[in-house]
Design a protein around this ligand. Structure first.
Ligand code: GTP
Length: 401
């Protein structure tokens, strides 16, 4: 059987490992990493003090060690609150930590009862675990992935219950409701639970941070940084899903491909920032015109696409015409103050649109290629217009399920 000293040193080693894991995420931008790191550093420092109890002064092994452990729980909790964006009530937490410390000192210097001290400290640590569990539970509906949240909640709840049982058991001994005999096995079980608590909670924290990092990376890959519209990658993935659905259900599907006319002139005349402003405005206007099922995306530069599921050619042409009219606009040059010189600040812009409707067996790439040819024709015919694509060339070899 492991001795309590070994368990304390094991916990120190586990906190050191967790600290290394957390430091690998230091620059990830995930919130809470700093607080969780401080918590593990405090746990690391507290463990040798508990382990060396018989060899060092009580001030170090009781007061300082408990202060560090209280700090550990408080910082773990603060880390979860910060990570979840709930805000940390530092003043309330500081008051809680100070009151707990004052109780520890009173139960050492005043009454000098180890079981009572263990009971009080266990109940307070248990309370913080339950608070962690509650914070994570409240944020669960918005979780990027549920498993890390459920793991952390389960761990915080289980550890909290364990600490409550420990506190109640020690309290009952003090009250004389339980025989005041030493139960080394039970104590070791309690210690083992305590040993695992901070590393387990940290594991949950790291999993939550990873889920957030992955969700952020996916969002960045799937959205255009400037306009917030779906990126080329996301657009093609969605288009492929819709194509497969259309093929299964025999429903029509259309694609609009559009490009801002003479966009280079806008950049050259008003500057790149004004060009950016136009692109942002185009995405907002397009979004306002589409149905919830339709999907717009920025394919690159000043080129955009709109996927129209369950839409036949004539409706698609009609939608394209409405879109063209909605995008025949005058934007305001952001570098010119409003009212200063309205004519110079006006950025007129138009778009040209190519429209293609999915033919049986056609791939997304082929559909896009036909829409691109139609767009090119719209440009060649004078811009600010809609052109329908030629019918798809029948090609049995390209047929897809
Ligand atoms: N402001 C801004 N400009 C961009 C962005 N991406 C591409 N561009 C510019 O868009 C312009 C596209 O120019 P062209 O391909 O010649 O096309 P155009 O001037 O719109 O002419 P047509 O398409 O033939 O009507 C280039 O000057 C690019 O630098 C962007 O994110 N922001």
């Amino acid at each position: 059987m492991l001795s309590t000293t070994s368990l304390f040193l094991l916990m120190m080693a586990m906190s050191a490992v967790m600290l290394l894991v957390l430091s690998s995420q230091a620059h990830s931008g995930a919130r809470g990493i700093r607080e969780w790191s401080v918590a593990n550093a405090m746990a690391m420092a507290a463990m040798p003090l508990f382990a060396a109890r018989d060899h060092i002064s009580a001030l170090l092994s009781i007061e300082l060690a408990n202060a560090l452990m209280i700090g550990t729980s408080v910082m773990m909790y603060a880390g979860f609150r910060r990570h979840l964006g709930c805000g940390v009530q530092w003043r309330a937490l500081g008051g809680f930590a100070a009151a707990t410390m004052a109780t520890v000192v009173a139960l050492h210097v005043g009454i000098d009862s180890t079981p009572l001290r263990v009971a009080v400290v266990s109940l307070l640590h248990g309370g913080l675990c339950m608070a962690m569990c509650r914070s994570v539970w409240t944020a669960l509906p918005a979780a990027p992935r549920r498993y890390p949240y459920l793991f952390t909640m389960g761990a915080a709840f289980g550890i909290g219950i364990g600490l409550f049982v420990r506190g109640a058991a020690y309290g009952a001994r003090v009250a004389g409701w339980l025989p005041s005999v030493d139960v080394p096995t039970l104590d070791l079980v309690f210690f083992a639970c305590g040993t695992l608590s901070i590393p387990t909670l940290t594991l949950g924290a790291v999993m939550m941070a990873n889920a957030e990092i992955i969700a952020r990376a996916n969002h960045a890959a799937d959205h255009d940084h400037l306009t917030g519209a779906p990126s080329r990658r996301a657009f093609f993935a969605a288009a492929e899903r819709e194509r497969a659905h259309a093929a299964r259900t025999q429903a029509p599907m259309s694609l609009l491909l559009f490009d801002v006319d003479h966009f280079k002139r806008i950049n050259d005349t008003h500057g790149h920032a004004a060009g950016d402003r136009v692109l942002v405005e185009i995405v907002a206007r397009t979004g306002a015109l589409l149905r919830s099922r339709d999907l717009g995306g920025r394919l690159g530069g000043e080129e955009f696409a709109v996927l129209l599921p369950a839409t036949a050619a004539d409706t698609a042409l009609h939608t394209a015409e409405r879109l063209r009219a909605a995008l025949q606009c005058v934007a305001h040059d952001p570098s010119v103050e409003r009212g200063a010189d309205d004519a110079a600040a006006a950025i007129g812009y138009t778009v040209s649109i190519g429209v293609a409707t999915l033919a049986p067996g056609e791939t997304v790439a082929d559909l896009l290629s036909r829409a691109d040819t139609a767009l090119y024709a719209a440009k060649a015919a004078g811009r600010n217009r809609v052109m329908a694509a030629a019918a798809a060339r029948h090609d049995g070899a390209r047929r897809r399920a």
